[in-house]
Design a protein around this ligand. Structure first.
Ligand code: SAH
Length: 452
């Protein structure tokens, strides 16, 4: 971070602006909006700028800048907005001499502070800065934020500020207050109608059930862009997050910042918490009235034990929601460029596991393989020799294509292809890490290295 975004209270502070043209005028209107009192110095002022300064009863001094101007006006901030570099340098030197922070317009090297692109829904103010590296991008981001925020937001924030104490008195617990404000602001952000705040509060107090809720959410295969909007929304609401080893730090960072995060990850052999313990934790926190996010890799109901967690909630009478995620098989297929079904090649897909709950490896298909189907193995990397041996023993041809996609959808994704006869040897000589998906079937011949 090259600069720290601070929000400066300019009410009754003096800002010295050197320059009398368009740029100086724009800075002056912005500073005036924030309540600054302005002293402008320029040899020549544009008429409009001069009229503005007079109308606002600001000081306009028609002269060339010299170093003593800083001492005589004692500004809190200085903006130099002339098109003369020598003058800008002189203003900068005078500012330094008096220890006053300065912005020399469009000259990042001579700036102590910068003007961000601003979204103004006062009292909500958003500043976007690229630290002078890509101002156009900062403006585009500003426009994007601008268009996504309802215009009524500022007024609501102001009313909320005035109503805070009343809410505090009516709802003594912090958690309850947070629920109340979140329910209001979440609806406002979706542009839904908000009643007058006293009515909203009364409604909330009447309907407020103290019981919490469990969100069983799939976080997708790894790329944070694969999260669903719903997953993201619940991630930002949850009070407690129980997350798996497959959930990356990048995704975890998108959860509410002050939520309590508990690692309950399971890796093959190394289970930090048993499934029963996880189920108990989910129910325990929900019964405390908290919103509990169970964040899982891929989809919660595909080899994710989400079903067991759902049943635990049902048995305990705890409310829950299940949110689907992009399961690893789908991400592996699309990110590697291997369609799981393809006209004339594969008409069905089977999702299998290479490792059973009992920790035994895959020991054969439960029903005969069809030549127009695709087999996708989860948790199969370790058991690859066993998988290949049982498939071959069931009569699958030794030249049937097979692919191993590791870290699908992540920057570290790798793809290894071969046929049943040579994949074990190929895997031995290539360094392939878990997690990995194994795809077996003719669709694998559609794979093209470097295609994506
Ligand atoms: N519920 C998850 C699966 C959990 S089981 C889902 O729907 O994706 C764990 C297995 O998922 C791993 O052994 C691996 O086979 C697979 N897996 C998860 N993420 C993966 C990824 N990014 N790339 C490849 N395989 C992955």
């Amino acid at each position: 971070m090259n600069t720290l975004p601070l929000f400066f209270n300019l009410k009754n502070k003096t800002v010295l602006i050197v320059g009398g043209g368009d740029v100086a005028y724009r800075k002056a209107t912005l500073l005036a909006k924030a309540g600054a009192s302005i002293v402008a110095i320029a040899k020549n002022f544009d008429d409009e700028f001069l009229a503005f300064l007079e109308q606002q009863s600001f000081v306009a001094v028609q002269k060339s800048f010299d170093g003593s101007d800083v001492g005589s006006h004692q500004p809190d901030l200085i903006v130099s907005a002339t098109d003369n570099h020598t003058v800008n340098l002189a203003v900068h030197a005078a500012a330094k001499q008096h220890g006053v922070a300065i912005n020399v317009v469009d000259t990042p090297d001579l700036c102590d502070f910068i003007f961000p692109a601003i979204v103004d829904r006062s009292p909500i103010v958003i500043g976007v800065s690229s630290n002078g590296k890509a101002p156009v991008l900062a403006r585009l981001i500003r426009a994007k934020i601008e268009s996504s925020l309802p215009s009524s937001l500022g007024l609501l924030a102001k009313k909320a500020g005035d109503f805070r104490q009343t809410v505090k008195d009516a709802l003594p617990s912090i958690t309850e207050r947070r629920y109340f404000w979140e329910s209001i602001f979440n609806r406002a952000l979706k542009d839904e109608k908000i009643a007058e705040l006293p009515d909203e509060l009364q409604n909330f107090c009447q309907n407020n059930q103290k019981s919490g809720e469990v969100y069983i959410v799939g976080a997708g295969a790894g790329d944070p862009d694969l999260l669903t909007f719903k997953a993201l929304r619940l991630m930002q609401q949850a009070d407690v997050v129980l997350y798996d080893a497959l959930v990356s730090d990048e995704i975890l960072d998108l959860c509410r910042r002050d939520s309590q995060k508990i690692f309950v990850g399971k890796k093959r052999k190394d289970h930090t918490k048993t499934q029963d313990e996880i189920n108990e934790l989910l129910v325990h926190y929900a019964k405390m009235g908290l919103r509990v996010l169970r964040l899982k890799g891929g989809d919660p109901f595909v080899f994710g034990r989400g079903g067991e967690e759902m049943l635990a909630c049902q048995q305990a009478g705890v409310a829950y929601q299940v949110v689907s995620g992009i399961t690893a098989a789908l991400a592996a297929g699309s990110y590697a460029g291997i369609p799981l079904t393809h006209r004339g090649v594969a008409t069905s897909v089977r999702f299998l596991t290479g490792c059973y709950q009992t920790n035994e490896a895959f020991d054969g298909l439960k029903s005969a393989y069809q030549t127009d189907e695709t087999l996708v193995f989860y948790m199969g990397l370790h058991a690859l020799p066993k998988i290949v041996a049982s498939l071959t023993a069931s009569g699958l041809p030794s030249d049937l294509p097979i692919a191993i996609i590791s870290n699908a959808s992540l920057p570290t994704q790798t793809v290894l292809t071969g046929v049943l006869a040579d994949i074990v040897a190929k895997k031995e000589s290539a360094a392939i890490n878990a997690p990995a998906i194994i795809i077996v079937g003719h669709v694998v011949s559609l794979y093209q290295a470097n295609a994506q």
